[in-house]
Design a protein around this ligand. Structure first.
Ligand code: ADP
Ligand code: MG
Length: 686
């Protein structure tokens, strides 16, 4: 058995279980081993009853006070007891376990561990695990049980058993990090890290395992990036593009003036494009800072110099939005350039016409999706390539578009609020410009943090906004178990929301399970205000600019990272109307309040990212979340900033000794990177 074997080879995994695993993306032993827990159940020290917190799982130790009661009906008997410690008494109940009256009635100290909920204004522990006598709990104390993301029908225990078996039967798993690197950075070896990641013996062991896995993730990412880069030195450019008077005509006619920050960044771009070497620049700017118009200026400069400029967006909706925006402006401001749109869902005849216009150079500004890098597209004189929301694209996709021209200038736009030092590592080959200021005419978004009791009120508020002609987003409760459950969740939610809103208001929905084309259709109807309320998971696309949307209601806000909440909130507050963001959460815990309060106070992405990191604290991550940003499995560029830097220097060291990773000790790394690149290529050609 090896990492490539099917998990069906494991004992106890039949066809049915295999199919369940397939639903969560686990088919081989290797994939199972890399299916890390999403968090851990930690057996903490028992707490005094007087210090119990609602909603939390805690352990308490005490003695039974008074009689143990069994009530309820025959089918569901309820056992109730009162547990007493030196400072207080706690009501505890179990369902369907009447025999407990006998077992627990004998006296002595008991430890109970379970969730504490509020029932009629007092705290109750429901259906806890029992450790009797209390010393039994000591054996478990401080241990960590993995909790996996599941799908309906697959239990946590099944996954635990499978992982245990896989760990013990695969023998040596492939360690792709060179020993040299492991030694120098004091990292655990792969096999040990894997074992401790799934079944950590302590928090420290977990932290060490995670560190090793994060390091590897970063290293592979950085190496992949560096390996696709053509050469160290900036190539000379055949496109040295001087200023053009119509640029100022364009600027004069814009309905607003550029902010100082936009102006500064535009100057940097312009002088790059006039220079002798190829531009390679990243423009970073918070959601809504106005990156698009800067990209448009660069496209115009290319076009006005008789060349072509292309802009690639990650989704059709966003591409169409950009296209309509820029062609409208060209028209209105009488700038004699032709813009075209190219996306996958256009008909063959439409595409053919656009291909012709691109080939013959009649189209100067070309906006599209991946369709722009398809083989059939033959550019006439491509001088500039812009990618919007760069983190959504693989490195290869960016390269593929650049490869369409003869070393065109490259501009990438990103809203990911990462510190400059990290950006330099992540985008080592790019110069960086930052738009660090918001347009002045904006009404700041009004935020509120509320509990679920406010939902009806929120609905009424949304109804009122819709009556005034506005639109709303609802980000649906996130179900972590699986994508299919998430889909069900969104569907259920929008059905009941639709009912609550009445027949006059159209509610649409969007989730990860839908095909891209379906998503685009829904987003399209939303941007045309044919749908007034859009219920969505976080697939609500980045970059979408529907200035008419003024409310975003985020359910279960406590489950999202702050940076992600900030991105979501960025969908509103983009126009002249007052906008509102409602963070809804059932949790009354202090931590949740404090976290959400940061968003309540600030609309600044950089500040929020920093606060997020401060609050979570570098050593305190016992739930492993999908970071969303740059799609690392475990790593988090904020929290793991130090490791990112270390991986960056390790990558430099490796490449300076062995630029093409040809030496035997780099074979594992090379193989892994190649398979990653294939994956990216596959995604590109799909
Ligand atoms: P992002 O940086 O998130 O891509 P956009 O470029 O989509 O932001 O800009 C958001 C909105 O702000 C757009 O509707 C755009 O027309 C508007 N906008 C851009 N620059 C300015 C400015 N200097 N003053 C006022 N509004 C602006
Ligand atoms: Mg944008």
């Amino acid at each position: 058995m090896n990492e490539r074997s099917s998990i069906g080879k494991l004992k106890g995994i039949g066809e049915k279980t295999e199919a369940l695993f397939a639903r969560i993306g686990v088919r081989t032993i290797g994939e199972l081993l890399r299916f890390y827990p999403r968090g851990y159940d930690i057996f903490e020290e028992p707490v005094p009853i007087s210090e119990l917190e609602e909603g939390k799982i805690s352990a308490v130790t005490g003695v039974v006070s008074g009689r143990i009661q069994v009530s309820g009906n025959q089918r569901i008997p309820i056992t109730t007891l009162f547990l007493k410690d030196s400072g207080g008494t706690l009501k505890v109940i179990w369902f369907r376990m009447p025999f407990l009256r006998g077992t627990l009635g004998k006296g002595g100290t008991i430890t109970l561990r379970g969730r504490v909920v509020r029932r009629r204004d007092s705290l109750v522990m429901e259906h806890p695990e029992i450790y009797y006598p209390a010393s039994k709990y000591d054996e478990k104390l401080h241990s960590m049980q993995p909790v996996y993301s599941l799908t309906a029908g697959l239990t946590n225990n099944t996954v635990i058993r499978a992982v245990k078996q896989a760990l013990s039967s695969v023998g040596t798993t492939e360690d792709i990090l060179p020993h040299e690197v492991e030694n120098q950075y004091g990292l655990l070896q792969w096999e040990q890290a894997l074992g401790e990641m799934h079944f950590p013996k302590s928090r420290e062991a977990f932290a060490r395992a995670r560190e090793r896995i994060v390091f590897e993730e970063f290293l592979v990412f950085i190496l992949t990036l560096r390996m696709t880069k053509h050469s160290e030195a900036r190539a000379e450019t055949p496109f040295s593009l001087p200023d053009h008077p119509l640029i100022n005509t364009f600027l004069d006619q814009l309905p607003y003036r550029l902010t100082k920050a936009q102006e500064k960044v535009w100057h940097e771009i312009r002088s790059d494009m006039q220079g002798k070497t190829v531009m390679s620049r990243l423009v970073q700017g918070d959601v809504g800072s106005g990156k698009t118009v800067v990209a448009f200026l660069a496209l115009l400069l290319a076009g006005l110099n008789g060349c072509q400029g292309a802009l690639m967006a990650p989704t059709e909706v966003l591409a169409r939005q950009h296209y309509e925006n820029i062609s409208g402006m060209l028209d209105k401001y009488s700038i004699p350039l032709k813009a075209v749109l190219l996306t996958g869902s256009m008909t063959a005849a439409q595409k053919k016409e656009v291909y012709g216009m691109i080939r013959e150079g009649r189209a100067a500004v070309i906006i599209g999706t991946h369709a722009l890098i398809q083989e059939k597209v033959d550019y006439n004189n491509l001088a500039l390539v812009v990618t919007d929301e760069q983190h959504r694209f693989g490195v290869r996709q960016r390269e593929a578009l650049a490869g369409k021209g003869h070393t065109p200038h490259i501009l990438v736009m990103s809203a990911t609020p990462i510190p400059r030092t990290l950006a330099i590592i992540l985008y080592g080959d790019l110069d960086i410009s930052v738009i660090d200021e918001m347009p002045k005419n904006r009404l700041p978004i009004k935020n509120c943090v509320v509990d679920t009791g406010y939902r009806e009120t929120a609905y009424r508020f949304m109804k009122k906004q819709v009556a005034e002609g506005r639109q709303c987003y609802v980000i649906c409760p996130m179900v972590e178990e699986s994508e299919s459950m998430e889909a069900e969740n969104v569907l259920d939610y929008s059905a009941s929301l639709s009912e609550a809103m009445g027949s006059q208001i159209r509610v649409g929905c969007l989730h990860g399970r839908m095909k891209q084309q379906e998503k685009d259709e829904v987003m399209d109807s939303f941007s045309r205000n044919e749908i007034q309320i859009l219920v969505s998971t976080t697939v609500v696309e980045v970059g979408i600019d529907v200035p008419n949307a003024t409310v975003i209601l985020i359910e279960n806000a406590e489950r999202f990272g702050l940076a992600q909440l900030h991105q979501l909130r960025g969908r509103v507050g983009r126009g002249k109307y007052q906008s509102y963001c409602i963070f809804m959460s059932p949790s009354r815990s202090k931590e949740t309040k404090e976290r959400l309060e940061i968003l309540n106070r600030s609309n600044d992405g950089f500040f929020i990212a920093g606060e997020d990191l401060r609050l979570r604290g570098p050593g305190d991550l016992f739930g492993i979340r999908q970071s969303g940003i740059l799609n690392f499995q475990v790593a988090d560029i904020f929290q793991d900033a130090k490791l990112l830097q270390a991986a960056g220097s390790a990558a430099d060291m490796i490449l300076s000794a062995d630029p093409e990773l040809k030496s035997p000790e780099h074979a594992g790394l090379k193989k892994w990177i190649d398979s990653k690149m294939n994956q990216i290529m596959l995604e590109t050609t799909l």
